[in-house]
Ligand binder design. Structure first.
Ligand SMILES: Cc1cc2nc3c(=O)[nH]c(=O)nc-3n(C[C@H](O)[C@H](O)[C@H](O)COP(=O)(O)OP(=O)(O)OC[C@H]3O[C@@H](n4cnc5c(N)ncnc54)[C@H](O)[C@@H]3O)c2cc1C
Length: 247
C-alpha cells in the first residue's frame, strides 16, 4: 500500500480560524490579514493564538470550521475489501480504478503468490498474528504453512482463471467475478478535515481491520503535516476518546 498527498488547501488552519472568528466577530474577515483576524485571541504569537482557538473549537465540539479545508489522497494497492469499507463514508468523494476498463492481463500469476495484484494479509503467514473472530487455541507451524499454501494457491489459481477467461473472449467486467476480494485497487479520495477526523475515529480504532487501520494511520501522518495544530490536538486529546461514534 502507498498513500500519497495529491492536493490540499493551502494554509488550512488560517482558513479554520477565519471561518471560526467570522462567527463571533463584528468585523468582516474577508480581505483581513490573519494577524488582524486573530488579534483578540489569547496568545503571544500567531502560532499560540491558533493553538488557543483550534484547541477550543475541538474541545467544545465546534467542528463546522474544519469542513472548509479539503485534502485529496492517492492510494495505491489496497484490497477491494478495504475499498468497500472506506467507501461507506458518505462525505468522502472517491474515484476508484475500474476493472471494466483495466484488465490485469500482463500479471504473471506466479507473482501473485508474493503480493502482486492481490493483498496477502499477515495472518496468511504470521503465526503470531491475532485477528478478530479467529478460531481459538494454539496454532502449530504446520497449520501456518498450510494456511499460507492454501491462500497462495487459491489466489494464483483465481488470477490464472481470470486471464484464461479474458483469452477466451470474456469481457473484463465479467471475468473479474472470479477474482478474490483481496484484489488490489487504486483510489483517489477527497474529504474535509472534519471528515478526516471522523474517518480516523472509525478506522484508526483498535476494532477496525488491520489494513484500513494502516491506511488511516498513513492519512493521519499526512494530515499531521498539513494541519499540524489540529491533528496534534486530535491525536493527543481525541483519538482514543470513549464517546466516539460507533457503528
Ligand atoms: C469496526 C467497524 C465494523 C463495521 N462493520 C460493519 C458491518 O458489519 N456491516 C456494515 O454494513 N457496516 C459496518 N461498518 C460500517 C459502519 O456501519 C458505517 O457504515 C461506516 O463506518 C460509515 O460511518 P458512519 O455511519 O459514521 O457514516 P459516514 O458516511 O462516515 O457519515 C458521517 C456522519 O454523518 C452522519 N450521517 C451521514 N449520513 C447520514 C444519514 N443518512 N442519516 C443520518 N446521519 C447521517 C452520521 O452522523 C455519520 O456518523 C463497520 C464499521 C467499523 C468501523
Amino acid at each position: 500500500m502507498e498513500v500519497t498527498l495529491l492536493e490540499a488547501t493551502e494554509d488550512p488552519e488560517d482558513l479554520v480560524c477565519k471561518a471560526a472568528r467570522n462567527d463571533y466577530s463584528a468585523e468582516f474577515v474577508g480581505g483581513q490579514s490573519i494577524e488582524a483576524t486573530m488579534e483578540t485571541v489569547e496568545g503571544d504569537t500567531l502560532e499560540e493564538k491558533k493553538e488557543t482557538l483550534i484547541g477550543h473549537l475541538l474541545d467544545h465540539g465546534h467542528f463546522g470550521p474544519f469542513e472548509h479545508p479539503q485534502i485529496t489522497f492517492a492510494i495505491e494497492g489496497v484490497s477491494r475489501s478495504c475499498m468497500a469499507q472506506i467507501t461507506r463514508h458518505r462525505h468522502v468523494s472517491f474515484d476508484v480504478q475500474s476493472m471494466r476498463y483495466v484488465s490485469f492481463d500482463d500479471v504473471d500469476p506466479a507473482d501473485v503468490r508474493d503480493g502482486e495484484m492481490v493483498v496477502v494479509p499477515p495472518s496468511a503467514t504470521d503465526p503470531e498474528w491475532v485477528g478478530r473472530n479467529q478460531k481459538q487455541g494454539a496454532v502449530d507451524e504446520a497449520d501456518v504453512e498450510r494456511r499460507a499454501e492454501i491462500f497462495r494457491d487459491t489466489i494464483e489459481d483465481a488470477v490464472e482463471s481470470y486471464q484464461e477467461l479474458l483469452d477466451l473472449g470474456m469481457p473484463p467486467e465479467d471475468a473479474r467475478f472470479v477474482l478474490p476480494i483481496g484484489t488490489k485497487v487504486n483510489i483517489v479520495m477527497s474529504m474535509n478535515a472534519r471528515m478526516l477526523m471522523h474517518v480516523a475515529d472509525m478506522r484508526a480504532a483498535a476494532d477496525a481491520q488491520w489494513e484500513i487501520r494502516e491506511m488511516t494511520e498513513e492519512l493521519l501522518d499526512i494530515a499531521g503535516e498539513w494541519c499540524p495544530i489540529t491533528f496534534d490536538h486530535y491525536e493527543r486529546e481525541m483519538k482514543n476518546r470513549k464517546n466516539r461514534l460507533a457503528p
